[in-house]
Write a protein that binds this ligand. Structure first.
Ligand code: GLC
Ligand code: CA
Length: 593
């Protein structure tokens, strides 16, 4: 099939109003009782997603993979990991989504492959292999005593160095993540063409509707590979993100990818943009005129509670609500007056659950705080992304689960590093601190099996799943919440409907923060065009992030407005109950459409 020649234009932007729902294939639904979620399982739940109000399904990597990093280590872009299903199953999933007016996007993992990918096997086979230069190979360095050293001192994302020695060809190769994830050399035009063909057009031609673009700002490296400055005196390896994020040719590569591949299809792209705090820089990626990406995930809010830099990511540091508010404000307002676009999200497969991080997972607060976060998410401007289980208020794994229940390579590597540093006396309390951090921030929390009902294994499947089911699955599950008008699930459905009904206000409106210094409540206003583009509408959103009753500072303004949505059936207007969330809107005068 030849690519359809669809030119993107400003009137063809279905992805702006879309609600996207991320599915983590291993943990969503197991159809055949082997303990692993799969694509037929997902297909059996497409009606559930439709009913929730989902427009686009984002499926995390389901490609052939040795699963060192849960599929973010791809050994064949054109095959599906057998436990998840087949290429035909993905085609059926595309059809199942399209039949219901929904769309499907996949993950594009093109910064690195698995070390089991045929490209890397060839590349490592000899120094003069034609694919040698598809990855980064560099000779060793030696210190004054003749000890072999890697080409640079970079710290990788998974608590180790970024270079692995290859005995056969006596050189090191680069990997920003695990050693099983060698980085592709985007500076080589042949490599880029191979990625476009195998990782992109292969699936685009099967009718998928776009990509979430993994680690999107890491394709371009400083290929002279300078050492990073020494800032961590405990280690040889040093923080070096500035040397491999937003590299010199990144915008050129993304523009080429857009022009040569993406512009030929009616698709959306959302890039995973880490380590880029400057709004002007983010705009270079998402401005429509730049023709690179439609939007990106920016991670300032997700980083709340994480320690400084890569090395201390899991050393939990308490954060203040005022900081969260400034972050939301910054990333709501950065597109004002520009041709760029933004995203709204608070969960994904790389983080702890939002209720446990930003609300409270204590029994008396968890449902309310899940709803309060739903109010915040559904009234903010940008494309909204939900993560599986967020719609029922799933929470972090219990704190008493031992480290053996954690499976993620990143978390485990940090734990092992901390264990070593504690044992060696370099940092005696580090093991305990990192364990505490993992209890809040680990990537594992979001990877627990989806809780469908109260049968054994939470209705995820008929056999013990690859990760332990949450202890509270009998209380928090889809079946229990379906049809209950007061459940988190019903609340999400209603909030998602209102988001569509008031799209100009909630999805496209401008954002204004009130009372920025208040440490307990988050109050903001949205302003947008009225129905049919006439006049102007306003919404006032009030959220109590605390466990106590708080005064509602904007009560006077709210009196002239209509209460559109509230976490509590009955409340007093002058104050906000613990974790209460409310949305008021200006009355629509007579105009019904
Ligand atoms: C992205 C993914 C994460 C993965 C990493 C390496 O950050 O979201 O899960 O480990 O890329 O591919
Ligand atoms: Ca299965």
């Amino acid at each position: 099939m030849s690519p359809h020649a669809i030119v993107k234009n400003s009137t063809n932007q279905w992805w702006k109003n879309a609600t996207v729902y991320q599915v983590y294939p291993a943990s969503f639904k197991d159809s055949n009782g082997d303990g692993w979620g799969d694509i037929p399982g997902l297909i059996s739940k497409v009606d559930y997603l439709k009913d929730l109000g989902v427009d686009v399904v984002w499926l995390s990597p389901m490609f052939e993979s040795p699963q060192c990093d849960m599929g973010y280590d791809i050994s064949d872009y054109e095959e599906v990991y057998a436990p998840y299903g087949t290429v035909k199953d993905v085609e059926d999933l595309v059809a199942a989504c399209h039949e219901r007016g929904m769309k499907l996007i996949l993950d594009l993992v093109a910064n690195h492959t698995s070390d089991q990918h045929a490209w890397f096997k060839e590349s490592r086979s000899s120094k003069d292999n034609p694919k040698r230069d598809w990855y980064f190979w560099r000779p060793a360095r030696y210190d004054e005593n003749g000890n072999r050293l890697p080409p640079t001192n970079y710290r990788s994302y998974f608590a180790g160095g970024t270079w692995t020695w290859d005995e056969t060809t006596q050189e090191y190769y680069l990997h920003l993540y695990a050693k099983e994830q060698p980085d592709l050399n985007w500076d080589n035009p042949e490599t880029r063409q191979a990625i476009y063909k195998s990782a992109m057009r292969f699936w685009l031609d099967k009718g998928i509707d776009g990509f979430r673009v993994d680690t999107v700002n890491k394709y371009s490296k400083h290929v002279d590979f300078p050492d990073a400055p020494i800032t961590d005196l405990k280690n040889y390896i040093q923080p070096a993100r500035h040397l491999f994020c937003n590299g010199p040719r990144i915008h050129e590569f993304l523009r080429e990818m857009h022009d040569e591949v993406l512009s030929h299809y009616d698709v959306m792209t959302v890039g995973e943009l880490s380590n880029t705090p400057d709004p002007q820089h983010v705009l270079r990626y998402v401005s429509a005129a730049a023709k690179q990406l439609d939007m990106v995930f920016q991670f300032d809010m997700i980083h709340l509670g994480m320690g400084h830099g890569l090395e201390d990511k899991y050393d939990f540091t308490p954060w203040a609500l005022t900081r969260l508010k400034q972050i939301v404000k910054k990333w709501q307002q950065f597109i004002d007056g520009t041709d760029g676009w933004t995203t709204v999200f608070c969960e994904n497969h790389d983080n702890g659950r939002a209720v446990s991080r930003y609300g409270s997972d204590a029994p008396q607060h968890r449902e309310t705080s899940a709803k309060m976060l739903a109010v915040m998410q559904t009234t903010l401007t940008g494309t909204l992304f939900l993560y599986q289980g967020q719609e029922i208020g799933m929470i972090n794994a219990p704190k008493n689960w031992p480290i053996d229940e954690y499976k993620d390579i990143e978390g485990l590597n940090y734990y092992k590093e901390a264990d070593r540093q504690s044992n060696e006396g370099v940092d005696p309390t580090r093991r305990a601190r990192i364990m505490r951090g993992l209890q809040i921030l680990a990537r594992d929390h979001s990877r627990l099996p989806m809780q469908w009902d109260d049968s054994e294994y939470a209705g995820f499947g008929t056999a013990a799943p690859w990760m332990r089911v949450h202890d509270l699955y009998k209380e928090i599950n889809v079946a229990r919440q379906t049809g209950d008008p007061n459940s988190v699930l019903s609340f999400y459905k209603r909030a998602l409907q209102l988001r569509k009904e008031y799209a100009e206000l909630f999805i496209h409106g401008s954002f204004k923060l009130y009372d920025g210094e208040n440490e307990n409540t988050f109050v903001f206003e949205k302003v947008g065009k009225g129905p049919g583009g006439n006049g102007e509408e306003r919404a006032l959103v009030a959220l109590n992030f605390s466990k106590d009753v708080q005064p509602f500072s904007m009560v006077e303004r709210a009196r002239d407005m209509k209460l559109l949505l509230s976490t509590h059936a009955e409340s007093v207007s002058e104050s906000l109950l613990p974790f209460e969330g409310r949305v008021y809107v200006t009355e629509r005068s007579g105009l019904v459409n």
